[in-house]
Design a protein around this ligand. Structure first.
Ligand code: CP
Length: 313
């Protein structure tokens, strides 16, 4: 297959076969990360700019490592230390970056739609590393990669997404991707954190109880409470949240025996998930992080025309 997408802005604009092709490519990248010398020349001579306007540990580090492992030159710019602090607009900042001829811009922004907006003006590829509540495509792809790797399939599975759905770009991107590939997605959380008409918009079901959400589940994706995006208090205390919406071993008694416990991170231990479960044998949280590097290597490779090069050999 020749991958023709220049930008990765959201999951909605990828077809099921494009998602599977990205996951296949990421699987083939994994082995590079196990080598004593973790570097291949695939993107030698390419320049990648990481522009992050919000805090990040996993996404920024793994995009940066992915660039280095493919031998690209990568540079980082934090919005907090950029000239946006002096009043420069996002578009002018992006045009300034582009004038220095990067091949790929990876951006995280608090405004939903910011990377889509810039993609109309910039010639370089844009990879969305999370925009507001809207989309976090590389996170959903690495989640799908991890589920597929563990379950040996990515269709017909029961997947529960639990927590602060309203404010979660991870939930939105996962719902789009998992449903597109034919999985049954149930969501559960405080009613104040479940978007209106989510069933119709995303083709998922809303569970009334934790038990219902987790019944026969193949995987459960727990979400962080996004206090930074909640205008008002959507629940009373962390303790109350943990009691009714947190995951513990007892909750999983009616799930599949080989249920996967997932979390995009950062985790609020003891709130969304008990520490015991987060560190348990059924947790794949660290595997998600490891797969994130391979997945982002695949994205860089594919938007740079990697699949085309292979076909033209
Ligand atoms: N999952 C995720 O996006 O984590 P960071 O905010 O640390 O990048």
């Amino acid at each position: 297959m020749e991958f023709k997408k220049k930008n990765i802005l959201d999951i909605n604009s990828l077809s099921a076969s494009e998602i599977e092709f990205i996951l296949d490519t990421a699987d083939s990248m994994k082995e590079i990360n196990e080598r004593p010398v973790k570097k291949v020349p695939a993107l030698r001579g390419k320049t990648i700019v990481l522009f992050f306007q919000e805090p990040s540990t996993r996404t920024k580090l793994s995009f940066e490592l992915a660039a280095k492992r493919l031998s690209a030159d990568s540079v980082s710019l934090a919005a907090s230390s950029s000239s946006m602090k002096k009043g420069e607009t996002l578009l002018d900042t992006a045009r300034t970056i582009e004038a220095m001829k990067p091949d790929i811009l990876v951006m995280r922004h608090s405004m939903s739609g910011a990377p889509h907006f810039l993609s109309k003006f910039l010639k370089c590829s844009i990879l969305n590393a999370g925009d507001g509540r809207h989309a976090h495509p590389s996170q959903a792809l690495l989640d799908m990669m991890t589920i597929r790797e563990k379950k040996k399939t990515l269709t017909g599975l029961n997947i529960a997404i639990i927590g602060d759905i309203s404010n979660s770009r991870v939930a939105r991107s996962n719902m789009r991707g998992l449903v597109k590939l034919g999985n049954n997605v149930r969501v559960f959380g405080p009613p104040s954190m479940i978007p209106f008409k989510i069933e119709e918009e995303f083709n998922v079901s809303v569970s009334r109880t934790m038990e219902e959400a987790l019944s026969d589940a193949d995987a459960v994706i727990m979400l962080r409470i996004q206090k930074e995006r909640q205008g008002a208090n959507l629940f009373s205390t962390d303790r109350e949240y943990s009691r009714f919406f947190g995951l513990n071993r007892e909750n999983l008694k009616n799930s599949k025996k080989d249920v996967l416990v997932m979390h995009p991170g950062p985790v609020n231990r003891g709130v969304e998930i008990t520490p015991e479960l987060a560190d348990s044998e059924i947790s794949v949280i660290n595997e998600q992080v490891s797969n994130g590097v391979a997945l982002r290597m695949a994205l860089f490779y594919l938007v740079s025309g990697g699949s085309k090069n292979e076909n033209s050999d």
